[in-house]
Design a protein around this ligand. Structure first.
Ligand SMILES: [Zn+2]
Ligand SMILES: [Zn+2]
Length: 337
């Protein structure tokens, strides 16, 4: 049922201590017919494991982990991106590398057609670290090529406008070729509406309310977590954050807390400067458990996991459970909750 995972030894080899930035002294002519559209994907993108396909009730709110990775180039973890699917819409939080392909795969495994690339229209960025934004040009351009006809609306911290302008500039020749060449795409349908936001209520479309809150993340002046509320679920996503006690109050009573985490024991085996970096910029699984217990959330989902000492998945889950007795899930790409 579960896709093959790398063995712990392979993981150990793959997982250099990559946080969001590099830790100090650490190693750190498609055509519309050939690609998934909003209706149905071609057979070539169907998963090989039919057991992994489980259609979900579209009237509920779903969380689909599109990418659970870090800057580390783990083969089965795409860059950070999470989808909330509600009311027939997909709302993305962050767009790490691989985001559009993972969304297409998520549509297949869940049956939630809102995740088809052409339907990706709204995204929120926690912060502008490269691992969370390398899929942004993918999100801007690929769905346009695949038939998205509505504007892409993006919300995020200051700097988002400049990044968007620069990306469109960087791809101007691609855009020109697709508009003027045989594809005859419409330039007016490649519209990106950016919203640089401050903490507070940043979005409400009648289906989803999003509140942004500031989190401490190294030298980032603007790094956010989000509280996302629909008619049937409240989901809090930490973003990348150092230990942040205020999160317990923000997440009080939430159904789901999606939190980044590193293995506390593994960190103790690393060099002092790496310990200091990760302990201030990220949050240990032990601390995640304490925050979750204080908040009284229903389920904790770990993502953006850092195995700094090669700890197993179970070890990280156990560290959360030291304080928290609710449900704890070690998130993998394409898990659906
Ligand atoms: Zn990150
Ligand atoms: Zn980061």
């Amino acid at each position: 049922m579960r896709r093959d995972r790398p063995t712990p030894s392979l993981l150990l080899a793959l997982l250099v201590a990559t946080g969001c930035g590099a830790a100090p002294s650490d190693e750190s002519a498609e055509t519309r017919a050939s690609v998934p559209t909003r209706e149905a994907p071609p057979p070539s993108v169907r998963p090989t494991d039919p057991d992994s396909v489980e259609p979900r009730d579209p009237s509920r709110t779903w969380v689909v982990l599109l990418g659970t990775g870090t800057p580390g180039s783990e083969p089965d973890r795409s860059g950070p991106s999470t989808a909330i699917v509600a009311g027939g819409n997909a709302y993305l939080i962050d767009a790490g590398p691989g985001v559009v392909r993972r969304a297409a795969a998520g549509a297949i495994v869940s049956g939630l057609t809102a995740l088809y690339p052409a339907n990706l229209r709204v995204a929120f960025f926690t912060h502008l670290h490269s691992d969370h934004t390398l899929g942004y040009p993918d999100l801007i351009l690929s769905p346009w090529v695949l038939g998205r006809s509505e504007p892409l609306r993006v919300y995020g911290p200051p700097g988002l406008d400049a990044m968007t302008t620069a990306l469109l500039q960087a791809y101007q020749e691609d855009i020109r070729a697709r508009v003027e060449g045989p594809e005859q795409l419409r330039r007016d349908q490649l519209e990106v509406q950016t919203h640089e936001v401050e903490p507070g209520l940043i979005f409400d479309d009648g289906v989803l309310q999003v509140e942004a809150f500031a989190v401490p993340h190294g030298t980032w002046e603007h790094a956010y977590g989000f509280k996302l509320t629909t008619a049937d679920r409240t989901v809090v996503i930490s973003g990348d954050t150092g230990p942040f006690d205020g999160l317990a109050e923000i997440a009080a009573g939430a159904d789901v807390l999606i939190h980044e985490a590193y293995g506390a024991e593994g960190l103790r085996e690393r060099d002092a400067d790496i310990q200091q970096y990760h302990a201030s910029v990220h949050t240990s699984a032990v601390k995640v458990g304490q925050i979750a217990a204080q908040a009284g959330v229903g389920t904790v989902i770990l993502h953006h996991q850092l195995h700094l000492g090669g700890e197993t998945e179970e070890a990280l889950v156990d560290q959360v459970r030291l304080s928290f007795d609710g449900e704890v899930a070690y998130g993998h790409d394409l898990d659906v909750f």
